[in-house]
Design a protein around this ligand. Sequence first.
Ligand code: TRP
Length: 332
Amino acid sequence: MNIMNTNMPKNDNGVAKGKKILLSGVKPSGRPHIGNYFGAMKQFVDNQATHDCYVFVADFHAMNLVQNAQELKQGTMDIVLDYLAIGLDPKNVCLFKQSDVPQVTELCWIFNTITTMPYLMRAHAYKDAEAKNKEINVGTFDYPVLMAADILIQDADVVPVGKDQKQHVEYARDIAEKFNRVFGDVFKLPKDYILESVETVPGIDGQKMSKSYNNTIPLFAEDDEIKKLCMSIVTDSSGELPINVYAIHTLFRDEEYLRKLYEENKGKYKILKEALAADITAFITPIREKRKELAKDIDSVLAILKAGGKKANARAEEKMKVVREKVGVSFY
Ligand code: TRP
């Protein structure tokens, strides 16, 4: 039970007073790996008691890439299962999907009218896409504006994101400032909270752990898969410390424990890899089993998602009443 949430006085939106609002969106992108977990996902679990948390599946954003209903649905459910399995507690965290708050698209439109094309053309994500010579869709071009709407409609204080999303949070601040200047003070200015640790999680080949390098250890891997992956971690035969094994190991054990273990087994790569596999297995087994349990009861999972959507929608609607008033589309 979250003592803070139940005992704290609430304001009209049901938000516990005094807690900062933390919000972040997640796009479906296949199986998460331990780099994703330690770099990003875990932060939501760690912050859920101290912040008012809003975590959502950015399904509208995902549509820029996923244009298949079945795939989008599956991707959305997977994220919800992943997050519940790692310990997001729906009592503490409002877990929802973006499309249950369609007001963000309305706000996105309003923001579009005060945002210029040259400004959006300076976005890294757009420039990268253009450099690849893609025929960029309008949704991709407008991505930062929809994201600003996600953030600002919930009055978010803190937005934990990976480094690649830093500019998008700056865009949200800029757009909030512009709106406030043009129509009057409505939006809080959000701050990013950059998750650095993901940068330092190496994959089994020593490069940064990333799906695109095919060097990951999946977060919900089965025991034999973990073992196999650990045994295949690339080691440098010139040194005595298998750097890549050690670096991954630091995610699971403290330094003192590891120093002793690696000291005692100098040069014995197989033993060290087995020790790492055992530690990863001990960590993964309970969350993997929890995920399986959750997946057996999809109705309960959907009920959580629906309740989250209802709450997020109600807050968004309150905010939009003010916005509609300010811009002049509200009559009755
Ligand atoms: N763009 C983010 C990503 O790719 C996902 C996202 C969408 C998001 N809306 C958001 C993140 C609002 C934080 C806040 O990871």
